[in-house]
Design a protein around this ligand. Structure first.
Ligand SMILES: Nc1ncnc2c1ncn2[C@@H]1O[C@H](COP(=O)(O)OP(=O)(O)O)[C@@H](O)[C@H]1O
Ligand SMILES: Nc1ccn([C@H]2C[C@H](O)[C@@H](COP(=O)(O)OP(=O)(O)O)O2)c(=O)n1
Length: 247
């Protein structure tokens, strides 16, 4: 029997830093905008979690500054008073999609920012240009620091905050569907009342002068009225993967 050549004991695997860098996906920036109840938060969190990206809820930041104004007795009907105080609160957003956090001056604000009072006043506070300038800068800094990329959701992300985002998605849904979803979350509030409040907030957010709620020209519009949340998530994941592959 012919002698077999000795089998090598170890296999040499050489991965150079250069080739590792070539195979690691480039950071991807995703902007998800749309009115209330279209599924921005649920979709953005799930997409970020599935793809290993960071996640930023910009509405939570506007709610946080509104909560601070209320607790510090700033008149939320007085834009000049809001502008003067705008730089005082320190707002910190945790961007893990599995456990997003928000603090104001070191205090956990996740609960207090969801009250009806904050919801009723957030459009007025977020319309003040000084507030928008500060929060927009904060959002850009967070996005730039995200190691693998980020999904940022809000009203003006594709148009103003991150106009060079790799992917922009604009979610829509009928007012009826949005109100039904929201009133499902708010125990004891009927659909008609929720619908009125949503439409009032849409009008204020779309009608303000500084970076209103708007679809960017290059955003992909997805009407979620007849889609399940899973279908919307799948659709956005596919869009992100297409963009990543093309990078
Ligand atoms: N496509 C969908 N179908 C049914 N319910 C949905 C869908 N998308 C989101 N929801 C539900 O609607 C509610 C509002 O969704 P959310 O993601 O908070 O919207 P937004 O951030 O746009 O205000 C949540 O309870 C969520 O689970
Ligand atoms: N990028 C953003 C995000 C939110 N806002 C404002 C306008 C919205 O009515 C409020 C609250 O946003 P949030 O996303 O928390 O609202 P909903 O979850 O849709 O009820 O903040 C904004 O002006 N710009």
């Amino acid at each position: 029997m012919p002698a077999r050549p000795p089998r090598p004991r170890t296999r040499k695997v050489s991965v150079t830093v250069e080739s590792a860098a070539r195979t690691a996906p480039a950071a991807v920036i995703v902007a998800i905008d749309g009115p209330s109840g279209t599924g921005k938060s649920s979709t953005s969190k799930a997409v970020a979690a599935k793809l290993g990206l960071s996640y930023l809820d910009t509405g939570a930041q506007y709610r946080a500054i509104t909560w601070w104004m209320i607790t510090n007795e700033i008149d939320t009907d007085d834009p000049a008073a809001i502008a003067t105080a705008a730089a005082k609160p320190v707002i910190v957003s945790g961007t893990d999609p599995h456990a997003p956090t928000i603090t104001v001056d070191g205090l956990d604000a996740a609960g207090p920012i969801r009250t009806q009072e904050v919801t009723a006043k957030v459009s007025a506070v977020s319309a003040v240009p000084e507030v928008r300038a500060l929060i927009t800068q904060l959002q850009r800094d967070i996005a730039a620091a995200a190691p693998a990329g980020i999904v940022v959701e809000g009203r003006d992300i594709g148009t103003t905050v991150l106009p060079d985002a790799d992917l922009k998605v604009f979610l829509t849904a009928s007012p009826e569907a949005r109100a039904a979803r929201r009133s499902g979350e708010l125990k004891g509030v009927d659909v008609a009342t929720t619908r009125e409040a949503l439409l009032k907030r849409d009008a204020a957010d779309s009608g303000r002068k500084t970076s209103p709620l708007a679809k960017a020209d290059d955003a992909v519009e997805v009407d979620t009225t007849e889609l399940t949340l899973d279908q919307v998530i799948e659709c956005v994941v596919t869009l992100v993967e297409e963009k990543r592959a093309a990078k």
